[in-house]
Write a protein that binds this ligand. Structure first.
Ligand code: NAP
Length: 251
């Protein structure tokens, strides 16, 4: 793999694990997040993993801010020359709440980060990839983008939007050499899910962990491996696909 990969929300959880998997392959990495301290620590870790094979740079950027996203891609192009793969990973959670009691501000923030953030980054990436003759976009959706997700309806709406963006754009850009896919994880053991579990009683926690027939949370490495495969030429005929990684939950 001789690509430059840009990952948003890279400082934690699935994004951080994806960065480490790409670093193992010596891929150049443009890592972005709102958490600068964790982002810079990840740069050190990726440099250590790749043993100097990867060029790794961190950019602080809030994906819900269009101007910041434009600046992120401008800076990354300046530093790397090209972005071949975008991993659109930044996303925020949604404390389980009945829809009619949910604060509008929470829904609006979910739309801003989980939908507008994905949209802005896709647009910037497509504009950069098209003159280059190809590229690869991997959006991080969720099983909540494929089926009902009671108590997190607003989050579920944003992930359905990510699935829609993925499929429509994949068809639009296929003949232009750009593959666009999504991964749809169930509950994965990241800081995001740990924060959600902390707000639940024991029964609620058991229902989350037991939601998969495998009776465990997924591991960030299990999602990172799928992301790296989708980014590779081994997945060259995979396009417009929303890959469920859920231990069989939706089977
Ligand atoms: P995580 O551990 O919370 O990591 C997300 C990272 O994104 C954090 O570093 C976070 O920074 C950053 N971030 C938040 N808002 C941002 C913004 N506006 N701009 C840029 N970065 C921002 O979450 P995760 O579990 O790895 O989730 C990654 C993606 O997978 C999300 O899109 C999530 O919806 C999706 N997903 C997760 C699961 C799961 O079970 N974990 C399941 C399905 C889908 P702060 O920590 O400072 O906020």
């Amino acid at each position: 793999m001789s690509h430059t990969v840009l990952i948003t929300g890279a400082a934690s959880g699935i994004g951080a694990q994806a960065a480490k998997h790409f670093a193992q392959k010596g891929v150049d990495l443009a890592l972005s997040d709102i958490n600068e301290e964790a982002g810079l620590a990840l740069v050190d870790e990726c440099n250590h993993i790749s043993q100097g094979q990867s060029k790794v740079t961190f950019y602080i950027a809030d994906v819900s801010d269009k101007v910041a996203v434009t600046e992120l891609f401008r800076a990354a192009k300046n530093d790397f020359g090209q972005i071949n793969v975008l991993v659109n990973n930044a996303g925020i959670e949604y404390p389980p709440t009945p829809l009619h009691l949910t604060d509008d501000a929470l829904f609006e923030k979910n739309i801003a980060v989980n939908v507008k953030g994905v949209w802005y980054c896709m647009k910037e990436a497509l504009n950069m990839m098209l003159p280059n003759g190809g590229g690869n976009i991997i959006n991080i959706a969720s099983v909540a983008g494929l089926r009902s997700a009671p108590m997190i309806a607003g989050y579920s709406a944003t992930k359905h939007a990510v699935v829609g963006l993925t499929k429509s754009a994949a068809v639009e850009y296929a003949k232009l050499g750009i593959r666009i896919n999504a991964v749809c994880p169930s509950f994965i053991d990241t800081p995001m899910v740990q924060r959600t579990l902390e707000q639940m009683d024991e029964r609620g926690q058991k229902s989350i962990v037991g939601a998969s027939p495998m009776k465990r949370l997924g591991r960030p490495e299990e999602i990172a491996a799928a992301i790296v495969w989708l980014a590779s030429d081994e997945a060259s005929f995979m396009n417009g696909h929303c890959m469920t990684l859920d231990g069989g939950m939706l089977a």
